[in-house]
Ligand binder design. Structure first.
Ligand code: C2E
Ligand code: MG
Ligand code: MG
Ligand code: MG
Length: 280
């Protein structure tokens, strides 16, 4: 009945709907142009080994550098890109640029790290994702072991068999797989162990009040224990304070990322986090 009400409400507000679809259309053509004009940029956030302090990876996060509106965060255009299918060319650009950047860092002589790329639901379920990833790896000459793809719980739990099929092919390429925002969706533990995963990422929501909220602490403990029992790496996102960092470390979470270490920054700025290979 809620759905019916919702539909009636929409019909009642048809003029607003038109205004909204008009705005969406404008935004869509502007985004299409933006992709062509190379207005997308990647920022990178280091992923830190909480025990050694070494950088283990960099997460690539897309931004839209709009000529009039300035830097637009992904939350403001990824949903639209998903809806319109623009996520497919955009996602391919992100993957290629991230792999190219990681390869460039290696060529410059930095100690190699893993580059982490977010994959959207629509991209994941598109038939040629595996081929696209294989092509980009070949083209950029990046060792697949230095690429990790982040997918979310709902993407793999909705249709488990299809997800396993896709993930197995990606894993066969030598690419690592992580579940992003873990704990926010619903995961079947029975299914989780069938996925060829490398990493679980604890969602920022549980890290936020970790040091004051007993429930969040229990959830974090459970995820760390689960990850370790499945032989997976675990990484906490959204670490902003030293208290959160120490708390996570004491509970065995071995990796983290967050503003405490660095905000996501352009490639030339984030380079200071990489170590020269020859210096010990
Ligand atoms: P995510 O993958 O979970 O990325 C983490 C988000 O948390 C990023 O926001 C990052 O800037 C932010 N963050 C990192 N550390 C902290 C912290 O200490 N405190 C707080 N408050 N926030 C922190 P961002 O860059 O706005 O990205 C938002 C989401 O957009 C991402 O969530 C991801 O789902 C999506 N996204 C970003 N880039 C891409 C992309 O290239 N492709 C796809 N499909 N999705 C992307
Ligand atoms: Mg992510
Ligand atoms: Mg995340
Ligand atoms: Mg998140």
């Amino acid at each position: 009945r809620a759905k019916e009400n919702g539909r009636n409400t929409y019909q009642f507000y048809t003029p607003d709907m038109n205004a909204r679809s008009c705005e969406l259309l404008l935004l869509e053509s502007s985004l299409r142009r933006g992709i062509e004009q190379q207005e997308l940029v990647l920022h990178y956030q280091p992923q830190i080994d909480l025990f050694t302090g070494h950088v283990r990876g960099m997460e690539a996060l897309v931004r839209w550098n709009h000529p009039q509106r300035g830097m637009i965060p992904p939350g403001d255009f990824i949903p639209l890109a998903e809806e319109t299918g623009l996520i497919v060319p955009m996602g391919e650009w992100v993957l290629r640029e991230a792999c190219r950047q990681n390869r460039r860092w290696q060529t410059l002589g930095f100690s190699p790290v893993r580059i982490t790329v977010n994959i959207s639901a629509r991209q994941f379920l598109k038939g040629d994702l595996v081929q696209m990833v294989a092509d980009v790896l070949e083209e950029t000459a990046l060792d697949p072991g230095f690429l990790e793809l982040e997918i979310t719980e709902s993407m793999v739990m909705d249709d488990v068999e299809t997800a396993i099929f896709i993930m197995a092919q990606l894993a066969a390429l030598g690419v690592h797989l992580a579940i992003d925002d873990f704990g926010t969706g619903y995961s079947s533990l029975a299914h989780l162990k069938r996925f060829p995963l490398t990493t679980l990422k604890i969602d920022r929501a549980f890290v936020k009040d970790l040091t004051v909220n007993g429930e969040d602490e229990a959830i974090v403990r459970a995820i760390v224990a689960l990850a370790h029992s499945l032989d997976l790496q675990v990484i906490a996102e959204g670490i902003e304070t030293e208290e959160q960092y120490l708390f996570l470390k004491e509970r065995g979470c071995e990796q983290g990322q967050g503003f405490l270490f660095s905000k996501p920054l352009p490639a030339d700025k984030i380079r200071t986090f990489l170590r020269p290979l020859m210096v010990y």
